[in-house]
Write a protein that binds this ligand. Sequence first.
Ligand SMILES: [Zn+2]
Length: 240
Amino acid sequence: MATPLSAAKMLAALKAEGLTVHEHAGWKTHNRDAASGKSFGPVIGVLIHHTGGHNDKELCYKGRSDLPGPLCHAWLGKTAGLWMIGNGRTNHAGYADIDVLNALREEKPLPHDDAATADGNDCLYGLEIENLGKSGDPYPNAQYRQAVLWAAAICRAHGWSEKSVAGHKECQPGKIDPSFDMDDFRAAVKKQLAVEPGKTEPTKPAGKPRVDLSRLVKAAKTDPGAKQGHVSYMAGTNLT
Ligand SMILES: [Zn+2]
């Protein structure tokens, strides 16, 4: 539990970690606190997303007709770099599993998410990474590296470990983002936190999500008569 970083402290932390930071006009006062009547914080961790699209920085700032912006705290372009989008409460996490939020707060291993009843926008910083999240859309190494640095910078500023980092797919049933392996991502954040901020530490490329074997086993049991080509549990076996 911690008080959210001020805009100035956030900028300082990100730059100290070695990031080049771009600022969207108005980001320092762009949030949902007044509109929702709920203030941001205390904060307990950071949440990683992919956008599911391309060229969506402005969408993340303005929001959609059904979901007002900001839709994240920062947007990370495929090649456009890291952009500050919001400061305060932002609409990125929606409802989350309270057990997962409690585990993040206590820096314990994350339990399986099977509910979405707790407000995740209250307590999580959110990064939206520009990526289709399907069809094997790759994360350039430089982009993935910046995502690791973003998470590490915030963890370092709060005195958190990599166990305060989660993917949206780990917090809310039905979500598949981000489309890379979060254990690999946390390992990279841990490695970064072990060195002085600003030091260059190579980060391994984004890891493919591991296949959820439990669903494969279930599919084998429940679909014995399925024709070849029948798709069982697409979300568990094919996340591209
Ligand atoms: Zn998401």
